[in-house]
Each structure stands twice: as structure tokens, then as C-alpha cells.
Design a protein around this ligand. Structure first.
Ligand code: SF4
Length: 341
């Protein structure tokens, strides 16, 4: 038996056509599951009883279980999900006046060993399935009233999304499909640490969601030290790959830059960053490091962050300083899951 949540449209279609059903029947099933939130095949009243029984014998419909939801003083809510094999992952719901953003996880742990990231200390336990990825969104929405439903999704929780390539692409396809969740590609952001071979492959997926690159350094020795993936794909190789990324008109790449005091926050770094991103349609998010107990790093002083931002703005970049959301509820990547493991 498979979870119907996360099942690719084409696969469901093939199964149902194999049962002698018309192709539009799979659209009806998707409509019940993703549009009306129906979780029992028996409630899909426009399907014959015989078909409902076949579906029941082949599929189940299950969302990740919310083990804990912790509200923060800043209004965000951290969700801890229990998975069927007992593993746990987290997502964070962040309200702003014009949007409600959900940050979701794609793996239990991560193998990329970035030195500023708490999830890295778990290593990779396993990939999430497409059901578990999309299920975080469905479960959080079910926990909110209409006006607080998620409007934007960012793949920036636990794990490197492109390291779990197939499940992430299946989940993205369901998110943007007119037959499933119908979310605009403009409202979904996939973040990567820079797996160049996977970015190359992603270029031809025709998904057109926003791409964010976790850059975090402006020279190879520093990036080698804080993001070991840089030893395989150094900065110039990564940026070359991004120069040919197929962007829709008026869209830009986002560069995430976690600021670590004394490591990557100097005036020289700001100058190098401006040079590196020249001729790449980009916006830059500066994220002062969100310290955790065992961390080797500190966030820079607010004046340092301001000076860094001002320099880049002076070079005509769009630069935003991202607040750390949910710091009072352990908002840094991986912290809540670790605390409970
Ligand atoms: S920052 Fe992202 S890619 Fe790096 S170890 Fe953490 S979860 Fe993995």
C-alpha cells in the first residue's frame, strides 16, 4: 500500500487507467484530496463504490502527525512532526502582514556538514518521501483557519532539498499542479547549498520555482571551511552554473548569506560579494547567525550587518536583513528535533 498523498499525478493516472477507468477519474481523486481535504475514500461521492474499494485496497491517506506545536513571541509557530518510522522533522510557520510562509524539511538530518548548522550534527538519517514533504504543508494548513493558511513555501528546513532530488521534484510538481495544490511558482522557494550537478539537472525540470543559494562566503578557503560542499563545487563553478539558470522574465536568484562574526562579515567580504554577483540577476538575504548552545560562531553586531547591507545597496543590489524567526522557541535549523531526540 502507498500513501496517496505525494503520489505523482502520472502514477495515479496509470494505475487507474490500468483498472479500466477514464483518465479524468484521477483528477477527481486529486480534487477530493488536495482541494476538499477529504481523507477517506468512502467520502469521494462522485466515484463508484467499486472504485472507492479498489482505491482503499491500493492506497491509504495519511499526514505526518503533529507531535508538538510551539508558538513564539514573534508570532511564528514551530511544528515538530512524527513520521511513521518514529523519526521526527520540523517546520516553522511564519506570519507577516502580507503572507504566511511555511519553512519545510526535506530530510531527517543532513549529510552536508555545514559547520554553522545544528542539523548537520545529526548526519543524514534518511530522505523524506514526497508524502512527508507535502504532508507538512497539508498538516499545518489543517491546523489554521482560512485567513492563516500558508501562502508561501520555502524549502529551507532540515536537509538539502536537491540531495533528495526525486521526492522533492514530485512534491513540487504536486504543489504547482492545477489538478493538485495550485500554488503559484512565484510563492515557492527551493534553497540549496550548491549541489552543482543537481542544479544542472533541475534546470530542465520546467518547474520555475524560485531558487535560493546558500552562499555564506566570498572566498574558497572560507567557504571550504564552513560548507564542505565547496571543496567539490567551488564558488566559481557554482556561479558559472547559476549564470545559465533559466529564469523567467523579472525573476531573480536569491543568495542567502548567514553572517558569522569575524568569519565572513568584513568590508572586504562585502566588496567581494558585490563583484561575484555582478551580471547575475540576484537579490541578497543577509541572515545574522542564530546562535545555539554548542555553536562555534557568534552573530555580528547590528552595526556590522548594517554596514554590510549599506555597501551592497550602494552597489545597486536588493539586500534584505532577515530576522531570525522563533529564536525563543529554538528557531535555528534542526534545534527542536534535536532537543526531542
Ligand atoms: S545548512 Fe542546509 S545543507 Fe548545510 S548542513 Fe544544514 S541543512 Fe544541510
Amino acid at each position: 500500500m502507498d500513501n496517496l498523498i505525494g503520489c505523482p499525478e502520472q502514477k495515479l493516472n496509470e494505475i487507474m487507467v490500468g483498472w479500466g477507468e477514464k483518465p479524468y477519474r484521477s483528477h477527481q481523486v486529486f480534487n477530493w484530496v488536495y482541494h476538499y481535504g477529504i481523507r477517506q475514500f468512502g467520502d469521494m461521492t462522485n466515484l463508484s463504490k467499486a472504485l472507492r474499494k479498489k482505491l482503499e485496497e491500493r492506497f491509504y491517506i495519511r499526514l505526518p502527525r503533529i507531535v508538538m506545536s510551539t508558538p513564539s513571541r514573534d508570532g511564528s509557530i514551530k511544528y515538530l512532526f512524527g513520521l511513521e518510522d518514529g523519526q521526527e522533522v520540523e517546520a516553522i510557520w511564519m506570519p507577516e502582514t502580507d503572507r504566511k510562509t511555511l519553512c519545510i524539511s526535506t530530510q531527517v538530518g543532513c549529510r552536508l556538514a555545514c559547520s554553522f548548522c545544528l542539523t548537520a550534527s545529526m548526519g543524514l538519517k534518511r530522505h523524506l518521501t514526497s508524502a512527508e514533504i507535502i504532508g507538512q504543508y497539508l498538516a499545518v494548513n489543517a491546523d489554521h483557519t482560512e485567513e492563516n493558511r500558508v501562502s508561501n513555501i520555502v524549502f529551507m528546513g532540515m536537509g538539502e532539498p536537491l540531495d533528495n532530488y526525486d521526492a522533492v521534484c514530485d512534491a513540487l510538481r504536486l504543489m504547482v499542479s492545477p489538478e493538485a495544490l495550485r500554488i503559484s511558482t512565484r510563492k515557492i522557494t527551493l534553497s540549496t547549498s550548491g549541489l552543482v550537478d543537481r542544479i544542472e539537472r533541475f534546470k530542465s525540470e520546467n518547474l520555475h520555482v524560485n531558487l535560493a543559494i546558500s552562499l555564506n562566503a566570498t572566498d574558497n578557503p572560507t567557504r571550504d571551511q564552513i560548507m564542505p560542499i565547496n571543496r567539490k563545487y567551488p564558488i566559481e563553478v557554482l556561479l558559472d552554473c547559476l549564470r545559465t539558470y533559466p529564469l523567467k522574465p523579472s525573476r531573480r536568484l536569491t543568495f542567502e548569506y548567514v553572517m558569522l562574526k569575524g568569519i565572513n562579515d568584513t568590508d572586504e567580504d562585502a566588496r567581494r560579494l558585490a563583484k561575484l554577483l555582478r551580471n547575475i540577476p540576484s537579490k541578497i538575504n543577509l541572515i545574522p547567525f542564530n546562535a545555539f548552545d554548542s555553536a562555534d560562531y557568534q552573530p555580528p553586531a547590528p552595526q556590522r550587518v548594517q554596514a554590510f547591507q549599506d555597501y551592497l545597496i550602494g552597489k545597486h543590489y536588493s539586500v534584505f536583513v532577515r530576522k531570525n524567526r522563533g529564536t525563543d522557541i529554538l528557531g535555528a535549523c534542526g534545534q527542536l528535533a534535536l532537543q526531542n531526540s
